[in-house]
Design a protein around this ligand. Structure first.
Ligand SMILES: [Zn+2]
Length: 73
């Protein structure tokens, strides 16, 4: 279905593959990557996503997006 989010049944946002919740989570994931890289030194995109998924403090929306991205990484 073209009009639904990649990760759930909600309607896709304009210019995004995700619904409003998952697109917000996707934005946060991208914004935080440089900060994590600074904190951890060498950190690949894939390692970053794995860390997000393992981290208990990570919100559910972010985890779902990270898992989706990891499949493609
Ligand atoms: Zn969604």
């Amino acid at each position: 279905m073209l009009d639904t989010c990649n990760l759930c049944e909600r309607k896709k946002e304009k210019d995004s593959d995700y619904c409003i919740y998952h697109s917000e989570a996707f934005k946060i994931i991208n914004e935080k990557f440089p900060l994590w890289k600074d904190a951890f030194g060498e950190l690949s995109w894939k390692e970053y996503l794995e860390n997000l998924i393992k981290n208990s403090a990570t919100g559910q929306w972010i985890k779902e997006v990270a898992e989706g991205l990891l499949k493609k990484a």
